[in-house]
Design a protein around this ligand. Structure first.
Ligand code: HEC
Ligand code: HEC
Ligand code: HEC
Ligand code: HEC
Ligand code: HEC
Ligand code: HEC
Ligand code: HEC
Ligand code: HEC
Ligand code: HEC
Length: 419
């Protein structure tokens, strides 16, 4: 064999192996593409399906002999499964996805536990145990003939798209009637800090429905798991809560840890009035002045010190703004303001320990910095007035000198001998 022939063969081999598996030879796909309406038909949308890219044909899911060129023959032939009923779908998808031996050949990293987890979910129990076909099955969330990897933005289970998919059923009061649960989860979520962060700001760090409910095990997190759910992302706060007197008390009452004060779907931006003794505070929901606990006394003290920190920050910030407006450099002061913001976040975090010492320590750092920023900005404002005063005096002296000079020149002019 000449070197040239070897090279050509090599190239041919490379080209051959680079071509995606030929699905077009599949008679199912070929015939269906021929008569189906283009848009939305199984074969048209199937070309953008992850299974198509993995080299699977229609028959890999629906069964039947892909070499036959007649649908009736296909139906009569062995192994044709037809269209699965909703309750058959989990088992239908799981023939491959629950089979590690099969999946490892395609993608060893892909978990094979979807059906097992699905069975533990409210959806799975309703559908598989009670035959309630209104519960979500695999294709309710993943779509069909258009299934994509979750990481791809076009996927129905991509974080930005998923809430709408759940809302398709859960926000439809008619569809959900009879279950005795609200149909407000999506609307509440969309209004929450989380929904705003994800859906408006496209912040993928914010939770979508599945981050709290699980992908396949969709169940309302239980009393014990809910703090773990919030704590996945709010770890520092969860740690502070864990050492607070509320931890044991809430566990005993069977009371959800974070949700009781923050809600589950309508999580709003926290406000200072939440803690304190006013009628609108959260604390008075459970505590009263004579309940024999230090609850309200601490609520009052914590409220006061956090309020003081907030006010000090505002005063310092106003002074820094004033100084900047007068044209002074305030880079250092702005940096200190940022440090105060950090201290404020730390303070709001340790509030969850209900430990006044801890809160006042965190707030104390902020108060000190606020004082520092205020003093530095005040000095700059004073410096400005000092410079302005100096400039005024200098201008006055120069003006007097100019007038004197002018008068002098005039007197010289008048008395000039050559005039
Ligand atoms: C020669 C054309 C042709 C071939 C080949 C073909 N189909 Fe079909 N198929 C049809 C038509 C047309 C229908 C619409 C129902 C009808 O009128 O028979 C259909 C219906 C279906 C349906 C709807 C359910 C049903 O039973 O009616 C499924 C699922 C299906 N085909 C899958 C397949 C699979 C899988 C293959 C390959 C193993 C295949 N088809 C091969 C033409 C074809
Ligand atoms: C990954 C598995 C899978 C593959 C691959 C697949 N299907 Fe399906 N197909 C399903 C499931 C599941 C349903 C039932 C969907 C439902 O209940 O909404 C379905 C429904 C259908 C239906 C009836 C409903 C409809 O959308 O018209 C037809 C026809 C059909 N498939 C044809 C095909 C053809 C043709 C191909 C190849 C181009 C194909 N399917 C490939 C899983 C698959
Ligand atoms: C015939 C076997 C088979 C059946 C049946 C099947 N799948 Fe798949 N599925 C695969 C293969 C193979 C892949 C590609 C794995 C890869 O390359 O990552 C895949 C990939 C996927 C992925 C993307 C996973 C990822 O992150 O890469 C999803 C989602 C998926 N399938 C859902 C379904 C659903 C839902 C059904 C039922 C309607 C179904 N599959 C039926 C074999 C199958
Ligand atoms: C209630 C909605 C829902 C249902 C029902 C559902 N899935 Fe998923 N599925 C998801 C979400 C959400 C993800 C992952 C998204 C992510 O990782 O960000 C996912 C991911 C996957 C993946 C990628 C690998 C993995 O486990 O992360 C596969 C494969 C898959 N699902 C198959 C199935 C199968 C098979 C069924 C039915 C037994 C099913 N899904 C039912 C929502 C659902
Ligand atoms: C096809 C419609 C449908 C889709 C899509 C759907 N669900 Fe459901 N879901 C239901 C039905 C029906 C129930 C049963 C209600 C019940 O038993 O209270 C349910 C139950 C639940 C429950 C348990 C409620 C309870 O009573 O405790 C949770 C949690 C849940 N779904 C979350 C989700 C999430 C998260 C998604 C999206 C990833 C989703 N669902 C998508 C129909 C759907
Ligand atoms: C930040 C976490 C979180 C997010 C995000 C979240 N949920 Fe929930 N969800 C919960 C908690 C906690 C409960 C339990 C409520 C209880 O037991 O009182 C719950 C309960 C539910 C229930 C049971 C009925 C009810 O309202 O109590 C459904 C259905 C539900 N969620 C659906 C959704 C859907 C759909 C989305 C997305 C639009 C979503 N959830 C987003 C935490 C979350
Ligand atoms: C997947 C991660 C994740 C989970 C789970 C999560 N959060 Fe969040 N949370 C975030 C992110 C990210 C933000 C910041 C949003 C923003 O303002 O940009 C946030 C913001 C908040 C805020 C507002 C903070 C502020 O300073 O305005 C509160 C309160 C909150 N979450 C409470 C909860 C509660 C309660 C739970 C459980 C029911 C929970 N979170 C579950 C990621 C998460
Ligand atoms: C007893 C009521 C209560 C409970 C229980 C509670 N919080 Fe808070 N949370 C508050 C108050 C009060 C604030 C601060 C309000 C302020 O000063 O602006 C706050 C603030 C926050 C913030 C904002 C912090 C920041 O940086 O601005 C987050 C996030 C948060 N909580 C998450 C959680 C999580 C997660 C849990 C459960 C582990 C939890 N909370 C339990 C009352 C509560
Ligand atoms: C859901 C009800 C509930 C809410 C809301 C609540 N608490 Fe409590 N709190 C309790 C219970 C129950 C105890 C335990 C009382 C006991 O040990 O007898 C407790 C204990 C305490 C304690 C320890 C008291 C002691 O004497 O050791 C403090 C401090 C406290 N709470 C502060 C607060 C503050 C501040 C708020 C508002 C941000 C608040 N609580 C909101 C139920 C609540």
């Amino acid at each position: 064999m000449s070197k040239r022939r070897i090279l050509v063969l090599h190239l041919a081999f490379l080209v051959f192996t680079a071509i995606p598996p030929v699905v077009y030879a599949d008679m199912c796909f070929e015939c269906h593409s021929g008569w189906e309406d283009e848009s939305g038909s199984p074969s048209a949308s199937y070309e953008s399906d992850v299974h198509f890219r993995a080299g699977l044909g229609c028959a890999d899911c629906h069964g039947g002999n892909p070499e036959l060129d007649d649908m009736d023959d296909v139906r009569r032939g062995r192994g044709y499964k037809g269209i699965p009923r909703p309750r058959e779908i989990p088992g239908f998808c799981a023939t491959c996805h629950n089979d590690p031996g099969y999946m490892i050949k395609h993608n060893p990293a892909l978990p094979t536990d979807q059906l097992d987890k699905y069975k533990t979910s409210v959806h799975g129990k309703r559908l598989l145990e009670e035959g309630d076909e209104k519960a979500a099955n695999c294709v309710s969330c993943h779509s069909v003939h258009n299934i994509e990897r979750p990481q791809i933005p076009a996927s129905t289970v991509y974080p930005l798209n998923l809430p709408e998919v759940c809302a398709g059923c859960h926000s439809d009061p008619e569809y959900m009637a009879g279950y005795g649960i609200p149909a407000s989860q999506f609307d509440d979520y969309a209004e929450s800090v989380h929904g705003h962060a994800l859906l408006v700001e496209k912040d993928l760090g914010a939770p979508a429905c599945n981050d709290c409910h699980g992908n396949h095990g969709a169940t309302p997190p239980g009393v014990t798991s809910i703090s773990a759910v919030c704590g996945l992302c709010h770890a520092l706060i969860s740690d502070e809560f864990a050492v607070s007197p509320h931890k044991a008390a809430f566990d005993e009452m069977g009371y959800p840890e974070c949700e009781g004060c923050h809600s589950n779907h309508l999580v709003l931006e926290p406000e200072l009035y939440w803690i304190g003794t006013s009628d609108s505070s959260l604390c008075v929901d459970c505590h009263s002045a004579d309940d024999g606990t230090e609850g309200l006394a601490k609520a009052e003290k914590i409220h006061e010190i956090v309020l003081k920190l907030k006010k000090s920050y505002e005063t310092a910030e106003a002074k820094v703004d004033e100084s900047e407006l007068k044209g002074m450099m305030v880079t250092d002061e702005r940096f200190i303001l940022k440090e105060i913001t950090q201290a404020m976040i730390r303070t709001r975090t340790v509030i969850h320990s209900l430990d006044f010492e801890k809160v006042s320590e965190a707030a104390g750092e902020g108060l000190e910095k606020a004082d520092q920023a205020y003093r530095a900005a005040t000095t700059k404002v004073e410096e400005y007035y000092f410079r302005r005063k100096g400039l005024g005096i200098a201008t006055l002296i120069i003006t007097i000198l100019v007038i004197a000079l002018y008068l002098r020149i005039r007197s010289i002019d008048k008395s000039h001998p050559l005039r």
